[in-house]
Design a protein around this ligand. Structure first.
Ligand SMILES: [Zn+2]
Length: 488
């Protein structure tokens, strides 16, 4: 996501957030094992067919272990959501198809006790569920590597949860937010999806999504992916959205509002939709430049990794790289072309290859910031070297305040330390390995890891292999040291 820099970070910088990785193994979770013998029915060997792309190697997050559980490998979320603005009430019917990664007596998910579950079934049979705090427990035994379908019906007024951050744009918390006009938007990095649906809310577990969003017209619902149908009947609008590639939960967006839509296209033919307030400019701020942002990035990074791109303008002060439909606050800064470039860059760095653990959020923000810096340098008629020199003036202060980029203070998620230190690091690597190999590394990694997740070790090992350089100490110094390494 993007943000205005605070005083500490000096002049005009914009920040965007991302995620990170840890060690994972799918399997140490889950209270109590069941002794039930697995059946050998091939139809239960999950995931099959189209869902195979959503199979994840899950893990316990090293920074925020209270969210997500490696027992669950979510494959597909079908979210049928109805918004009642007169009562600020959300009614949901969720169908979650998941794979169990181990045997267990019950299934844990992240959810919020603000919402009341009225009905729950697993594979069509009623089950007991309990909700306490941010934990939902489904009283149903599962067997390793088998697939299940959980259906939940629930309703209530979602409330944002406290954010583990000091950022000004997080003061409302994370999750589902309701505006004074009774419109809604979401912001859920590093977690917060659990405030409006039952979810394995940790980035190693990517899943496919379908949304059916219903509201009284002229209000309508916008989400990730492609709008597959849109109807208004009897005073109600119903929009269906399909996301064809797996996404981490922090990259999911849903908003209800009175929107207008404008269709654009990149030079390479990527369809782009801009959704914004029906009463305002159809292309507010620099949103008309969204195709230029995609064009500029494709030159550097290769083909855009998804089927569509979009911009959803909402009533906040932030900017977030929600997959295929970035969510931008309605402000001159959030709607600037620099922020569009930053959030679009995340589609290569963060969205198609996602950190498996939040300690590696630098993988997203360092590269998005570096690419934003290259774009800004071009616009300003300066060089990336000079831009990096400017950033180096305050980078040490950010590192001192919030910790090393790869081992940040968990209570200071999204501070400048995860953006600027890694951006400096990429420039150092560029000077060390040369232009040709540096840009090969930039292009090849997201293509190689498309629709996957990775952690620091996997990333560094691959860069060492592909460049034939010993770089472990280089990356450790830049990512884990309390003080900024010497620059060449
Ligand atoms: Zn970012």
């Amino acid at each position: 996501m993007s943000r205005r820099a605070g005083a500490a970070a000096a002049a005009a910088c914009c920040l965007t957030l991302a995620a990170c990785a840890g060690e994972g193994s799918g399997g140490d979770a889950g209270p109590g094992r069941t002794s039930a013998a697995p059946t050998s029915s091939p139809s239960n060997d999950a995931p099959a067919g189209d869902l195979a792309i959503a199979r994840s190697q899950t893990r316990t997050d090293s920074v925020y272990p209270e969210f997500g559980n490696p027992l669950v490998d979510a494959l597909h979320y079908d979210l049928d959501l109805t918004w009642a603005p007169d009562a600020d009430r959300l009614t949901g019917r969720e169908t979650l198809t998941f794979r169990a990664t181990d045997d267990a007596a019950q299934v844990p998910l992240d959810f919020n006790e603000q919402l009341v579950v009225s009905s729950a079934t697993v594979d069509g049979a009623p089950v007991e569920v309990s909700v306490e705090g941010n934990d939902l427990t489904v009283a149903h035994a599962v067997v390793a590597d088998r697939q299940y379908e959980l259906v939940l019906e629930y309703a209530g007024t979602p409330a944002p949860a406290p954010a583990p951050s000091q950022r000004a744009d997080f003061t409302q918390g994370v999750g589902w937010s309701i505006t004074p006009e009774h419109e809604t938007w979401t912001l859920q990095e590093p977690y917060g999806a659990f405030t409006w649906y039952a979810v394995n809310d940790q980035p190693s577990d990517k899943a496919l999504y379908d949304f059916t969003l219903s509201a009284p017209a002229p209000m309508s619902g916008v989400a990730n992916g492609v709008l597959t149908s849109s109807t208004t009947d009897g005073g109600r609008s119903v929009n269906s959205w399909h996301l064809a590639e797996p996404a981490a939960s922090y990259l999911v967006t849903v908003a209800f509002g009175d929107f207008q839509r404008t269709d654009l296209s990149s030079a390479s033919g990527v369809p782009i939709q801009v959704w914004t307030d029906a009463d305002g400019d159809p292309l507010p701020g620099d949103t008309a430049a969204a195709p230029d942002a995609i064009d500029w990035l494709e030159e550097l990074l290769g083909p855009y990794p998804f089927d569509s791109f979009g911009v959803l303008v909402v009533d906040n002060e932030s900017g977030m790289e929600t997959q295929t439909m970035v969510t931008l606050g309605d402000s001159a800064y959030s709607l600037s072309e620099a922020v569009l470039v930053h959030e679009a860059a995340h589609h290569w760095y963060g969205d198609t290859v996602t950190p498996a653990d939040w300690s590696d959020v630098w993988m997203n923000e360092g590269m998005a910031m570096y690419l934003q810096g290259m774009w800004e340098a071009e616009q300003e008629g300066t060089t990336i070297v000079r831009k990096i020199d400017e950033w180096a003036d305050f980078e040490s202060d950010l590192r001192a305040e919030s910790g090393p980029p790869g081992a940040f203070d968990p209570a200071r998620f999204g501070d400048g330390n995860i953006y600027y230190g890694p951006a400096l690091m990429w420039q150092e690597l560029r000077e060390r390995i040369g232009e040709t190999r540096f840009f090969e590394v930039l292009r090849e990694w997201p293509a190689r890891e498309a629709n996957g997740t990775a952690d620091r070790r996997e990333y560094v090992d691959w860069i060492e292999e592909t460049t034939d350089e010993e770089l472990s100490a280089f990356f450790d110094d830049w990512l884990l040291d309390e003080t900024t390494p010497e620059r060449d």
